[in-house]
Design a binder for this molecule. Structure first.
Ligand SMILES: Nc1ncnc2c1ncn2[C@@H]1O[C@H](COP(=O)(O)OP(=O)(O)OP(=O)(O)O)[C@@H](O)[C@H]1O
Ligand SMILES: Cc1ncsc1CCO
Length: 552
């Protein structure tokens, strides 16, 4: 088989020790290779048998792979590979035979793959130009590699850096790669998407227990194959470095009036409740919970404030969008966010992350890191201290949940670069709100300083934004999936910006209307007035009072 023709989409690593009781290894292998959507590459991994037995297993396995036209490689045992025909390849680890030595002994024809665990190893393998592909991992903790410490696990965002280092550079050709470590039907979509950047993308996933551990290996293979297929179908055809525009949600919104018109349309459909009020599942602080629930109701949405991981899957069927707010996060909410975020991603529902007070403690930073690894966030919102902390800047610091003193030198640059890095929309809240998709920045100058004088206004803003995103998804419902960003949110990606804007404008304009009322004397009387104004604001008022501008 010509090397150029290798399809790395679904790479099976065998693990006989993981077979369910009574399942025959060869039957399982045959099943995983049968049918339309199936395993595309097989690597034989035998850690506990002698070379003679390994060779016997390999010969029988090769006959099955040959029957299905699927290439086979041997893990780490050069003599077994050499004893088999040249169409059989070899996969080595970092501590096995050196790459150059392996190639010299194997000859130029055989497929040769190597595991890489960090950016330095990836760069070195690319520079050597000897391997045919790299296995990148461990992406998650796994059963099959006992002893992997948490610190060795890359996570989707760490994986992205390693994959990016395999893009063509210094005259070296891009090296194909497969992700490995903890990939299964639940983690594959998030990991593939998370490992993709403007520089590069993975070519497939390597799995062991997600296929080998199942009695229905054929069904398992076809589930995984369709996840990889859906991911690949959304990749742009041009993957040359710097050209891969992955989150171009809002390219068409450089025209401010067109953007406002679309936001107003989405808001009108939302108010008419054409699709029923969207259910906004909100995991938030006990400080902001009641205000946020009331804000959702006033804004034609239906709130549910549940932290329970046990009901995440059930609720995900009904939710329109979710808000993950770490305001008073504890262990239960941490587990809940993991389950809710993953379920929302699988269902293509928008996820808003509010990293309240993230700069204030190591515990909060770790919680946010964990959420962003587990879940592909649709919109990340924060005040200047929170976003500075996530971006690793020290310009604005905070001792608690409120913005600290100091202001950002380049707020537009911050939201743009964070959006590109995290592949999501980013909103910086404050006197002026900045919303970016990584390309354009929308400045919103509406709002009133009384919003900054009540607790939980930022948290409640997360809820109106989630409702706006859910409304955008409802408007787009039934339309075909377009663009890579829709891998996580099944809506027209370009509608995510006006959808988020609906939530921002509703809250900030309602605050202006409330503050102008005769009965509002200060923060205390402002809160009920804000709820009333949010309940009555119309698309026409939104369109006439919006103070927005767009910069590219
Ligand atoms: N001085 C201000 N003038 C106008 N609008 C403001 C002002 N301060 C805050 N806002 C508005 O209030 C909303 C909440 O933003 P803020 O940055 O206060 O959130 P936050 O710090 O996360 O709040 P909290 O932690 O209390 O929930 C935003 O929509 C923002 O536009
Ligand atoms: C005051 C406070 N403490 C934790 S969360 C919260 C609400 C503002 O986010």
């Amino acid at each position: 088989m010509a090397k150029a023709a290798i399809d790395y989409s679904l790479y099976l690593v065998t693990g006989r020790e993981l077979l369910p009781a009574g399942v025959d290894y060869y039957d399982s292998l045959e099943a995983s290779l049968s049918g339309g959507d199936k395993v595309t590459v097989v690597q034989l991994r035998e850690k506990h048998v002698d070379t003679a037995e390994f060779l016997e297993i390999a010969k029988r396995s090769l006959a099955i792979c040959d029957k299905h036209g699927v290439p086979m490689l041997i893990n780490d045992n050069l003599s077994v590979a050499l004893a088999l025909p040249p169409r059989v390849g070899l996969h080595i680890g970092q501590t096995d035979l050196p790459l150059a030595e392996a190639r010299r002994l194997l000859g130029p024809e055989r497929l040769l793959g190597i595991s890489v665990h960090n950016v330095e190893q990836a760069r070195a393998v690319l520079a050597e130009g000897i391997a045919d592909y790299a296995g990148v991992g461990p992406c998650h903790g796994t059963q099959s590699k006992a002893g992997i410490g948490e610190k060795d696990v890359l996570g989707p965002r760490g994986t992205r850096e390693v994959v990016a280092a395999l893009a063509s550079a210094d005259g070296k050709q891009r090296l194909p790669c497969v992700l490995i470590g903890g990939l299964n039907q639940k983690t594959a979509q998030r990991t593939l998407y998370g490992a993709t950047s403007e520089a590069n993308h993975p070519d497939g996933i390597a799995v062991i227990s997600a296929i080998v551990g199942r009695r229905d290996a054929d069904v398992a293979a076809s589930e995984l194959s369709s996840i990889v297929g859906a991911f690949k179908a959304q990749l742009p055809s041009d993957i040359s470095p710097g050209k891969l525009s992955l989150f171009d949600a809002g390219k068409q919104w450089s025209d401010t009036s067109a953007l406002l018109k679309r936001a107003t349309q989405i808001f009108a459909a939302h108010r008419q409740s054409t699709h029923g009020p969207p259910l906004i599942q909100t995991l938030t602080s006990h400080v902001s919970s009641t205000l946020s629930a009331n804000v959702a109701l006033c804004f034609s949405a239906s709130p549910i404030m549940s932290h329970q991981d046990q009901e995440a899957e059930d609720l995900a069927r009904a939710t329109g969008a979710v808000v993950l707010n770490i305001g008073t996060i504890g262990e239960e909410a941490r587990r809940g966010m993991k389950a809710v975020g993953a379920a929302a991603n699988r269902g293509g529902k928008p996820v808003v992350l509010d990293p309240v007070g993230v700069g204030a403690s190591a515990f909060r930073r770790a919680a946010v890191e964990e959420i962003m690894d587990d879940t592909q966030v649709t919109l990340l919102k924060g005040n200047s201290a929170e976003l500075s902390s996530i971006a690793g800047l020290s310009e604005v610091t905070s001792r608690g949940v409120d913005s600290g003193s100091g202001s950002l030198k380049d707020p537009e640059g911050l939201v743009r670069s964070l959006a590109r890095k995290e592949r999501c929309l980013v909103l910086l809240s404050g006197k002026v709100d900045y919303l970016s998709d990584g390309h354009l920045v929308v400045r919103v100058e509406n709002g009133h300083e009384l919003l900054g004088r009540i607790t939980g206004s930022g948290c409640a803003l997360g809820v109106t934004i989630a409702a706006g995103l859910a409304a955008a998804c409802n408007v787009a419902r039934g339309d075909s999936v377009k663009g890579l960003s829709t891998a996580m949110v099944r809506a027209h990606p370009q509608d995510l910006i006006p959808g988020a804007l609906v939530g921002i404008l509703a809250m900030t304009i309602a605050s202006e209307l409330a503050a102008a009322r005769q009965d509002v004397k200060g923060p205390g009387t402002f809160i009920p007035a804000l709820l009333d104004e949010l309940a009555s604001i119309t698309p026409e008022t939104m369109a006439s009072r919006a103070k927005i501008s767009v910069s590219q």
